[in-house]
Design a protein around this ligand. Structure first.
Ligand SMILES: [Zn+2]
Length: 177
């Protein structure tokens, strides 16, 4: 997999939110960067910066070492981006998403034309559950209408395909085989 910046920031955003992106942007090509320098460069307060850094560390996409500051006497953490882990994690999350969507697709296909939706859109039930509630919305009591889920099925299929082709390099290799 070619790890483009777009892929890196996409993953970082997914696991730690948009505010983590500038942090990674800053430490990406550096090593052992002081947490104080990071906070200063991304213009965030220390607490927020630390929270984000520890979230990133919980996924192991950023690692740190702690060193005692000789002058001040307290410990400072120094951060390094773990590029290798981003690759692994991207792959892992992608596979998990495909698995989840494939399961959903199976369910949708097994219940083709057999979903029931509330006119207020507060609930969507399969046939079995719709009968259980006598075709009335369990939330608001409105009648449930049968829903054509062809679009939903197409939608899920499209998403799966997109995820499968995410790694275009691998996809083109497969075609050649
Ligand atoms: Zn309802």
């Amino acid at each position: 997999m070619v790890l483009t910046n777009k892929k890196i920031y996409g993953l970082i955003n997914e696991i730690a939110g948009g505010r983590a992106v500038p942090i990674i942007e800053y430490i990406k090509n550096r090593k052992n960067v002081s947490e104080f320098i990071i906070a200063d460069k991304v213009k965030m307060d220390m607490q927020t910066t630390r929270n984000i850094l520890y979230t990133l560390n919980s996924y192991n996409v950023a690692t740190y070492i702690r060193r005692k500051d000789r002058k001040k006497g307290w410990y400072i953490s120094y951060w390094t981006f773990n590029r290798k882990r981003v690759k692994e994690l991207t792959e892992k999350l992608r596979k998990e998403k495909i698995t989840r969507l494939t399961e959903r697709l199976k369910k949708e296909e097994a219940n083709k034309g057999n979903f029931f939706i509330c006119s207020q859109a507060c609930a969507r039930l399969d046939f079995e559950h719709a009968t259980e509630f006598e075709f009335k919305c369990p939330e608001c009591g409105n009648l449930l209408n049968q829903q054509d889920n062809t679009k939903t099925i197409d939608n899920i299929r499209g998403k799966i395909k997109e995820l499968e082709n995410f790694d275009s390099e691998k996809a083109s290799k497969k075609k050649k085989q």
